[in-house]
Design a protein around this ligand. Structure first.
Ligand SMILES: Nc1ncnc2c1ncn2[C@@H]1O[C@H](COP(=O)(O)OP(=O)(O)OP(=O)(O)O)[C@@H](O)[C@H]1O
Length: 262
C-alpha cells in the first residue's frame, strides 16, 4: 500500500502539488492524468522519495517514506522517469542489468542474469541485447528502460512500478503491450502507478484514476466515476464526447475539436 496524506510541495512560494491524498494498492493500476504542468511528475518524484513533501506524509508499505534507506527502497520499487539520458555507451543488456544493481554486490549472480533475461524477453528486446543504447531508436530505448525497471523488481512479489509516461515514443502495438504487461503485473500482486496522457488507455487498464489540475486533486476514483465530459473539460480545457463501444469497459473519449478559450 502507498498512502498519501495531504501532501503538498512548494517551490519557492509556488505550490505545485496541493493537498493531495489517495491510497494505491498492490494488485491495482493507478493512472495519473492531467494537463502539461499539472504536477504529475512532481507527485511521482514525491512518491519515489526523490523530493520531500513540504507538508503531509507518504506511507510506503507500513513506514513513512523518508525512513527508508535508498537501497532498501530500490529493492521494493522501481521508477521509470521521463528523461533517461546517458552519457556513456552501454549495451541494452548492460543497461537492463543496472536494474539489478540494488540486489548484488560486485558481480551479478545467475539469478540476477535470469531476471535480466526474463525482463528482456517480456519487453521483446532480446534481439537488441548487444546493441549500444545510443544507437537505438527512441521507442527501442524506452523499451530497454522498461526492461530495466521490470528486472529491478521482477522477483519482488509485492513490489511497485512507478512509471512516468511509459508509453512515450512507443507505437500503438507497444503501447498496448506495455499496459497489458502492467495489468498482468498488477494481477500478480504488484502495485503500478503510471502517468499517462492517453485517457482511453488509462480508462481501459487502470483500476483508479487520479486527475490533477494545477497541482490539485481534481478527481479520484474508478474510470467509470472519473472519466466524464465535465472532468475532462475541466482538466484539459477541451470539449469531448463519450462513445460507448462494446469492446471497452469504459466509454471512449473523443475530442470534438472545440477548445475552451475561457
Ligand atoms: N524545480 C522546479 N522549479 C520551478 N518550477 C517547477 C519545478 N519543478 C516543477 N516545476 C513546475 O511545476 C509545474 C508542474 O510540473 P510537473 O513536471 O510536475 O508537471 P507535469 O504534470 O508532469 O507536466 P507534463 O505533462 O508537461 O510532463 C510546472 O509548471 C513546472 O514548470
Amino acid at each position: 500500500m502507498i498512502k498519501v496524506n495531504n501532501v503538498s510541495y512548494l517551490v519557492g512560494k509556488k505550490e505545485i502539488v496541493k493537498n493531495v491524498s489517495f491510497e494505491a494498492k498492490q494488485g491495482e493500476i493507478m493512472a495519473i492524468l492531467g494537463a502539461n504542468g499539472a504536477g504529475k511528475s512532481t507527485l511521482l518524484k514525491l512518491l519515489c522519495n526523490e523530493i520531500t513533501p513540504s507538508a503531509g506524509e507518504i506511507i510506503f508499505y507500513d513506514k513513512a517514506l523518508p525512513s527508508y534507506q535508498l537501497k532498501e527502497l530500490a529493492r521494493k520499487r522501481s521508477v521509470l522517469t521521463q528523461h533517461n539520458t546517458l552519457s556513456l555507451s552501454f549495451t541494452a543488456k548492460e543497461l537492463v542489468l543496472m536494474g539489478r544493481y540494488p540486489h548484488f554486490d560486485g558481480q551479478p549472480t545467475e539469478h540476477d542474469l535470469e531476471m535480466v533475461k526474463g525482463a528482456m524477453q517480456s519487453t521483446g528486446i532480446t534481439h537488441l541485447s548487444g546493441r549500444t543504447y545510443e544507437t537505438l531508436s527512441g521507442g527501442e530505448q524506452q523499451r530497454v528502460q522498461l526492461a530495466r525497471v521490470i528486472a529491478q523488481i521482477q522477483d519482488v512479489a509485492d513490489g511497485w512500478l512507478l512509471l512516468d509516461e511509459p508509453t512515450n515514443g512507443l507505437d500503438l502495438l507497444h503501447q498496448q503491450q506495455l499496459l497489458i504487461q502492467a495489468r498482468d503485473m498488477a494481477d500478480r500482486g504488484y502495485g503500478v502507478i503510471c502517468i499517462l496522457h492517453d485517457i482511453n488507455l488509462a480508462a481501459a487498464y487502470a483500476d483508479q484514476i487520479l486527475i490533477l489540475k494545477q497541482g490539485k486533486q481534481q478527481a479520484l476514483g474508478s474510470p467509470d466515476e472519473v472519466i466524464n465530459c465535465e472532468n475532462i473539460h475541466d482538466a484539459f480545457g477541451i470539449k469531448v464526447q463519450l462513445m460507448k463501444n462494446e469492446n471497452f469497459r469504459c466509454p471512449l473519449v473523443i475530442t470534438t475539436g472545440r477548445i475552451n478559450q475561457a
